[in-house]
Ligand binder design. Sequence first.
Ligand SMILES: NC(=O)C1=CN([C@@H]2O[C@H](COP(=O)(O)OP(=O)(O)OC[C@H]3O[C@@H](n4cnc5c(N)ncnc54)[C@H](O)[C@@H]3O)[C@@H](O)[C@H]2O)C=CC1
Ligand SMILES: CC(C)CC(=O)C(=O)O
Ligand SMILES: [Mg+2]
Length: 356
Amino acid sequence: MASESTGNDTVNLAVIGGDGIGPEVVAEGIKALETVTAGTGTKFHTTEYDLGARRWHATGETLPDSVLEELRGHDAILLGAIGDPTVPSGVLERGVLLPLRFALEQYVNLRPAKLYPGVLSPLAVERVAPDGIDFVVVREGTEGPYVGNGGSLRTGTPNEIATEVSVNTRFGVERVVRDAFTRAQARPRQHLTLVHKHNVLTHAGHLWRRTVEEVGAEFPEVTTAYQHVDAATIFLATDPGRFDVIVTDNLFGDIITDIAAAIVGGIGLAASANINPERTAPSMFEPVHGSAPDIAGQAKADPTATILSVGMLLEHLGRHDEAARVERAVAADLAARGSAVRSTPEVGDAIASLLG
Ligand SMILES: NC(=O)C1=CN([C@@H]2O[C@H](COP(=O)(O)OP(=O)(O)OC[C@H]3O[C@@H](n4cnc5c(N)ncnc54)[C@H](O)[C@@H]3O)[C@@H](O)[C@H]2O)C=CC1
Ligand SMILES: CC(C)CC(=O)C(=O)O
Ligand SMILES: [Mg+2]
């Protein structure tokens, strides 16, 4: 399953547009995919899955087992976003998005943060990162406080108690830490920062710290650093050049990757991959952003993050040349953007024309 696909073959891609701007940006991602792979002899066979608010309203279903099993049969998944204000908060996020990441063992949530030439950062970049901003967050994707371990006692009373327990297993922490070290070793700067809060979250934090120390012994070339997550937010805004690879848990990774997106030009540019490194199930590629209900249906969403996520998908499938072409086309479009306001399809068309 999910093996590398090159040559005259078929890649089976599951497409989940999802909610809000999800289908709008995914359409542009598919446009880029079809353009960059045209004439290569590989057919990208796409199957759309209706998951999200529409399905829930119509059937009460979130992620039926039968759909999950069908998704397992694909080489990769392209996702827009899940979550809608007409559905109680958490129903779709906990019922569709997280079960996909968990069930498909997508424990490496990879989120690059790269400032492309011509993109305006809110930071004075030449001062805070003279060599530019180029780091990657390896966010644990299957554990932490997102597993749903908790509950509410005396709900709705003045004595209500709610718990949300963060689950961190040695197995889960070690596998993502090893992945992060492997990525750091392959990068020129060979530097890894653990971000946590081990001064307060001592049980989980010490497990993460010990694991980084122990796994780090296998990677003597990689230098390591540690930041508490609150201080990490300072340095993301004042000295992002210090970061190369960041490894962190599911919640901290969620938060700091929105900051990371902001400093490299905005959430509309931030790509991500939910990777199952052992390829026992398909990996899933999606923008970092959500369904953006405030701009949904207005063709205002920037599809660049989704197109860059398609680049990550191609890279994962071993299609390095096409992945590099996608990134180059995005970089060329970003460099030429200026201040003109373009619609979602206009941005998608412009990037596709640079790929053709
Ligand atoms: N992976 C996923 O499916 C995610 C789902 N969500 C869900 O999405 C819904 C909305 O969440 P929010 O907290 O509002 O986060 P959001 O990321 O959807 O939006 C935050 C802000 O960024 C803007 N934005 C997002 N994507 C953009 C794009 N491509 N181009 C231009 N502007 C963009 C939005 O208009 C909004 O002002 C919620 O239901 C949330 O649970 C949130 C994050 C990730
Ligand atoms: C709904 C959340 C679990 C998704 C999110 O914000 C993210 O993965 O970045
Ligand atoms: Mg998020």
